[in-house]
Design a binder for this molecule. Structure first.
Ligand code: SF4
Length: 409
């Protein structure tokens, strides 16, 4: 069934009341990933600079968590102090990492400093040592190694994200299947659809209407001739492979009324099987309840074990009702399963910015990954336009491309 915004809960996040603050502590990385938005220009930020940004986020963002990003945050020499400072400020610190530098001793130190969890980026287009030319299914072995290491320390939230390229789109179910085998240990999966501008077909101007060199941006390719994957296409693929999966919430586009920029869902299951998903009503209860009780909206649950109490939402939420029925049928067939833990595992799909014919970009409405730059909040996916050109660029097709396209139509 096609996605319909009326069947989904529009996440209540906004510029000034958003569960996520995106803090970039370095632009240095230890591997090169094809889809990365950042290039090395300024190096590691000092602890004082980081503290200033955390204070800015506290004042203007009301975050539930700080996503500590980069570059690669684990190679920042003061990563433990940064985590401790954020935790002491009463915000959950989450590290976004490629996990190359993740070792058990560091993991224990970070946990002691107050780390809430990790979002680990693994996909087959990274230039990862010892893991070249692998499929997404091959990389599940690496995801498992990281999961086992994090589970060994315990008490940490763990999400895996991957960039989805047209060439790897069909491999998404392999990642989802692996995630479902790790219910209770893997708390979420996120699929981010790849986007790029191409310098051979596009021309860019800055805020003063001056033509600029697009190739200075790491996320611009000289040439790209595949069709980008959209969030609804990812959703359809997941639905086909896992019919009990449902999306429950969304963020639309900043320009287009019909974009699905963020799709958010959560599966309900035990370590043995998945029973179903939460629906829009449960998503609304989770967001509003968290805001009433804690004062912030919610992006990361503190723990995946939610228990059978989730089924109490059955009278209001048809998706939860279906999951409860499936659970009950399983218990009737296997009474010992009554005492199995019940967990949720979130599933997110993000469709990165799309260029519009007039040169603007359709961004994520209420961008959750907005970051700090020079006293302003700037979408992190386009931060390098500010760092290199002083503001967002306008990118349109070269006139000769338009003419050729016109002739072909
Ligand atoms: S607009 Fe915000 S949420 Fe969307 S891809 Fe860019 S940084 Fe991420």
């Amino acid at each position: 069934m096609a996605l319909d915004k009326r069947d989904l809960y529009r996440l209540p996040w906004s510029m000034n009341d958003n569960p996520i603050a995106w803090l970039e502590i370095t632009d240095v990385c230890n591997i090169y990933c094809e889809g990365c938005y950042r290039q090395r220009m300024t190096g590691h930020k000092t602890l004082d600079e980081v503290k200033e940004e955390v204070a800015f986020f506290k004042q203007w963002r009301n975050p539930d968590n700080v996503s500590i990003a980069g570059g690669e945050p684990l190679i920042h020499p003061q990563i433990v102090d940064i985590v401790a400072h954020i935790a002491a400020s009463g915000i959950k610190p989450i590290i976004l990492t490629n996990a190359v530098a993740l070792k058990p001793e560091l993991l224990r130190e970070l946990k002691k400093a107050g780390l809430a969890g990790f979002t680990v980026h693994i996909d087959s287009h990274q230039n990862r040592p010892h893991w070249k030319d692998k499929t997404e299914a091959d990389l599940n072995e690496l995801r498992q190694q990281v999961t086992d290491m994090v589970a060994e320390v315990g008490g940490l939230y763990l999400v895996f994200n991957s960039t989805v390229y047209p060439s790897t789109f069909h491999e998404i179910p392999d990642v989802m299947r692996w995630g479902r085998q790790n219910f209770g240990r893997v708390h979420g999966l996120v699929f981010i659809t790849y986007r790029t501008a191409t310098s051979d077909t596009s021309v860019a101007t800055d805020s003063t209407d001056q033509k600029v060199d697009l190739t200075k941006l790491s996320y611009v390719k000289e040439h790209f001739d595949e069709k980008f994957v959209t969030s609804p296409e990812v959703y359809d693929l997941l639905k086909e492979a896992f019919p009990e999966f449902e999306a429950a919430g969304y963020l639309g586009g900043s320009i287009r009324h019909d974009s699905f920029k963020w799709l958010a869902g959560a599966q309900i299951g035990s370590r043995r099987q998945v029973f179903g998903s939460v629906g829009k009503q449960a998503m609304e209860v989770a967001q509003a309840g968290h805001h009433i009780l804690k004062g912030t909206y919610l992006a990361y649950l503190s723990q995946a074990q939610i228990g059978r109490k989730v089924f109490l939402l059955s009278p209001w939420d048809p998706a939860v009702r279906q999951a409860a029925k499936n659970w009950w049928h399983d218990v009737v067939r296997h009474p010992s399963h009554l005492f199995d833990g019940i967990y949720v595992q979130s599933v997110g799909v993000i469709q990165a910015p799309d260029l519009m014919p007039d040169g603007r970009a359709d961004m994520c409405d209420s961008c959750p990954d907005i970051t700090y730059f020079d006293g302003k909040l700037v979408n992190s996916c386009r931060l390098d336009e500010y760092r290199i050109f002083g503001g967002f660029l306008s990118v349109v097709e070269k006139p000769e491309v338009e003419t050729i396209a016109g002739r072909l139509n």
